[in-house]
Design a protein around this ligand. Structure first.
Ligand SMILES: Cc1cc2nc3c(=O)[nH]c(=O)nc-3n(C[C@H](O)[C@H](O)[C@H](O)COP(=O)(O)OP(=O)(O)OC[C@H]3O[C@@H](n4cnc5c(N)ncnc54)[C@H](O)[C@@H]3O)c2cc1C
Length: 529
């Protein structure tokens, strides 16, 4: 039996594995390659107070303001205060943050931050952190890595009580090998979901192709509580180009003086917020949405042409090169951008120690909702969250002994009783159906559950998603297990739950903007499903 089963090889999963490996054997799972994840895509950086001109109070305050009344203050204080220690962990693991001179960190500023406090490695912060963590993990004798294993469902004790999921215990998970289609069961004393976000529920997203909310779907099917799924953060500025898929133009570009303009060259953020292009992301995304609707244009632009070519090449090498590949020289041309689904602020509900409502099941990083982000994540607090939430799970698990006796447990996955009519392997023609249904969901979510919502659109989305789910159930019961069908089923469930959560929130708060309820309620309440 595995002591620690970590599902996910992003920054949260790998940093947790490195810590847990000091107390026991760890198995880390990735559904495709180890480096396929959102983590290596992070450009801007990681937030931490590192100098006397800044303070914990200011970082806490900025986080609470962005979170719009829904943050758990205890979690915020904890994350902000342990940030410098987690940065030290990273440095010990080999991360070299950019410096201005030998010993002064180069700090950038992003939307919603009152101070420069974002540590970065050019515009490849996530890639650098992830590759250093991976290198440490690969050389650790207590950590085993398994690629191409798709977690389908959690294994729990049979005593599932829908009214009190804390009765239920998790004993690991069931996997599908994505190449051989072989089904594998891994039993574990502690199961940790580090499965990342669900950006692929939307047509336009900055996320990697596997961000299908599998962790949320698995947890929900097993009866775990989820929270605040209506808070999908839309990044205001993804590259808009017919051949560029999911490429983000980091907020750091605006932090370094990039200005949002429309096709007439007007800086439209001036009329929207005192912080202009560096206002919190929800405000910038809505302003861009409004400007695009007002002008009838497909995109807006970021103008950073006032910076020298050499500066841009050195500070933003990745963005510079990517844009150039698409014929855009950012030292001469404004960068065409549109908003895109970027970050899931809600997730599997956990306490400060990463404990979910199911015993021995933990959640960390983007897949968890521990109260750090509230109704809107402050930029660059998410890599920090990966490290702090993992550290907290490690501290908690390390201080407890687990005397789980699995020999008497009857194991259960949510699909055992259903779908017994499987008849055949899915063929390529039928897989096209899966792709079509996926596209339908993503377009539906983009059009009806996007940056600006209304009851009418949400209800429409709800009834359509039910029909789509009926079709997916048919596919699911008819064909042998296949990764694409599993992912489709998961995005449909996440879409359904997101719509449900959005319908429940009859107010506008943080990133959830509801045309029929444009005001914020006096009391802030989490949406728990
Ligand atoms: C383009 C982009 C830029 C960003 N920039 C920043 C930034 O500058 N600063 C910042 O703080 N944040 C940034 N973020 C957000 C941040 O990168 C993520 O929130 C964070 O990296 C999430 O890490 P994670 O470990 O929780 O998940 P991920 O890194 O997404 O890892 C998820 C892991 O789970 C595995 N997995 C998923 N489902 C299954 C399954 N069914 N079975 C088995 N394995 C599974 C995957 O294989 C993967 O290994 C950015 C995000 C994007 C997309």
């Amino acid at each position: 039996m595995i002591q620690f089963l970590v599902i996910g090889s992003g920054v949260s999963g790998l940093s947790l594995a490195l810590k847990l490996a000091s107390i026991g054997k760890v198995v880390v799972i990735a559904k495709t390659q180890l480096s396929d994840a959102n983590s290596p895509l992070a450009q801007g950086g990681i937030a931490s107070v590192t100098h006397g001109g800044d303070s914990f109070d200011k970082h806490i305050q900025d986080t609470l303001v962005a979170g719009s009344g829904l943050c758990n203050k205890e979690v915020v204080v904890d994350a902000v205060e342990q940030a410098p220690s987690r940065i030290k962990d990273l440095v010990q693991w080999g991360v070299n943050f950019d410096t201005c001179n030998l010993d002064t960190l180069s700090l950038t500023k992003e939307g919603g931050h009152s101070k420069r406090r974002i540590l970065h490695v050019a515009d490849k912060t996530g890639l650098h952190i992830h590759s250093q963590l991976l290198a440490r993990v690969l050389e650790h004798s207590n950590i085993e890595l398994k690629e191409n294993l798709f977690a389908m469902d959690l294994l729990t004790s049979l005593e599932t009580n829908p009214f009190d999921p804390s009765d239920v215990q998790c004993f690991g998970a069931k996997f599908l090998h994505s190449q051989t289609q072989q089904q594998i069961t891994l039993l574990a004393q502690h199961t940790i979901l580090a499965t990342g976000g669900s950006g692929k529920t939307y047509l336009y997203t900055s996320n990697w192709s596997g961000a299908t909310g599998d962790g949320l779907a698995m947890a929900h099917r097993s009866g775990a509580k989820l929270a605040n799924l209506e808070f999908t953060q839309f990044h205001p500025t993804c590259l808009y180009h017919p051949h560029a898929r999911n490429f983000l133009i980091s907020e750091a570009i605006r932090g370094e003086g990039g200005i949002l303009i429309n096709s007439k060259g007007q800086a439209f953020m001036k009329n929207e917020h005192p912080l202009e292009g560096l206002a919190p992301r929800d405000i910038v995304a809505r302003a861009i949405d409004k400007e695009m609707k007002r002008s009838g244009q497909d995109n807006v632009f970021i103008d950073i042409r006032h910076k020298s070519k050499s500066y841009l090449q050195e500070r933003f090498p990745q963005i510079f090169m990517k844009c150039l590949e698409h014929g855009i020289d950012i030292s001469k041309d404004p960068i065409p951008v549109v908003p895109a689904a970027h970050y899931q602020c809600g997730g599997v509900l956990t306490d400060k120690f990463g404990r979910t409502s199911i015993q021995q099941l933990f959640a960390v990083g983007e897949t968890a909702c521990n109260g750090l982000h509230g109704a809107n994540r402050l930029a660059s607090n998410s890599l920090l969250d990966c490290l702090t939430s993992s550290h907290n799970v490690y501290k908690h698990i390390g201080s407890k002994s687990n005397n789980m006796d699995i020999s008497k447990a009857k194991l259960h996955t949510p699909n055992n009783e259903k779908h017994e009519t499987i008849t055949s392997e899915i063929n390529d023609d039928e897989l096209i159906l899966v792709t079509h249904l996926w596209e339908e969901i993503r377009r539906l979510m983009w059009n009806y559950v996007g940056i600006v919502r209304s009851t009418q659109r949400l209800r429409l989305a709800q009834s359509r998603i039910q029909n789509i789910q009926n079709e997916i159930d048919q596919l699911y019961s008819h064909f042998h297990k296949h990764k694409n069908i599993e992912e489709l089923r998961n995005i449909a469930l996440v879409a359904e739950l997101t719509i449900k959560a959005a319908l429940k929130r009859k107010e506008s708060r943080g990133i959830h903007f509801h045309m029929d309820y444009p005001e914020k309620n006096k009391t802030a309440i989490n949406t728990v499903l």
